[in-house]
Design a protein around this ligand. Structure first.
Ligand SMILES: [Zn+2]
Length: 246
């Protein structure tokens, strides 16, 4: 099985019945998680009930992308699964941020940190993290396995590196926050759905999945705006949605 399953699709804070950013990747039995924001952990445990996870990649230290990693730390630390440390690929700020939630214990008792940006061999994948513009350091993540690639932006403003991150991907997961007044802001750290479509086209991606919707936004309208720029298949991330890769 080669697929990505959406654990959460909301930006900033979750809507009722939804969660913030999180994507579970299954690739021939290898299990990789991208981001673990508010309310994703129960969905992760439902997706992989035996709790076995091979590696994590977290794009940045904002809680809507990483806070449930702390819950997972507690499962491993207090739940008796401490045999080996979990590989964690992320900018250094992620563990620094979460450390404040656990004053008595080092998070590195559970996680083996590999810093992004950078490139690593991760199971079947070549994992590459590229720095993208955001309020804090954010690493967009590209996964290449043989001739199949996918990529995920995390949170980003418009940037030519997006075309490199998503170059020729089978699936490009791009944030489409569509916050009010976004295009008028002097510094761009988030995008519109139309910009997501534009950059997915620059990348030559085969399919675009929009995510990180501001709560309450019209997702059908977001897909329409992105489609007008992208000109190919656009999906909207939705909790529980599974998309085949390759
Ligand atoms: Zn963010």
């Amino acid at each position: 099985m080669r697929q990505v399953t959406v654990l959460g699709s909301c930006g900033a804070f979750p809507e009722p019945g939804r969660a913030c950013s999180g994507f579970a990747i299954d690739w021939d039995g290898y299990r990789l998680l991208l981001d673990l924001g508010y309310a994703t952990l129960p969905r992760l445990l439902a997706h992989w009930p035996d709790g076995v996870i091979d590696a994590f990649a977290i794009t940045h230290e904002h809680p809507d992308h990483c806070v449930d990693l702390h819950g997972l730390f507690r499962i491993r630390f207090y739940g008796g699964q401490r045999e080996s440390r979990l590989p964690l690929y992320c900018p250094p700020g992620v563990l620094d941020r979460l450390a404040g939630l656990e004053p008595d214990t080092e998070l590195t008792a559970v996680f083996g940190l590999h810093t992004l940006p950078g490139s690593y061999r991760v199971g079947p994948f070549e994992l590459t993290g590229l720095s993208l513009p955001h309020f804090v350091p954010n690493a967009g993540i590209r996964l290449q396995a043989g001739d199949v690639a996918m990529a995920y932006t995390g949170d980003t403003g418009p940037d030519p590196l997006l075309a490199e991150l998503g170059r020729g991907t089978d699936l490009f997961i791009v944030e489409a926050t569509d916050r009010d007044g976004e295009k008028q802001r002097p510094a761009r750290n988030l995008m519109t759905s139309a910009e997501a479509g534009y950059w997915a086209r620059q990348a030559g991606a085969r399919r675009l999945m929009l995510t990180h919707f501001w709560p309450g936004n019209d997702r059908v309208a977001a897909v329409a705006a992105a489609s007008a720029e992208f000109g190919a298949e656009v999906l909207a991330a939705d909790e529980g949605l599974a998309v085949r890769l390759g």
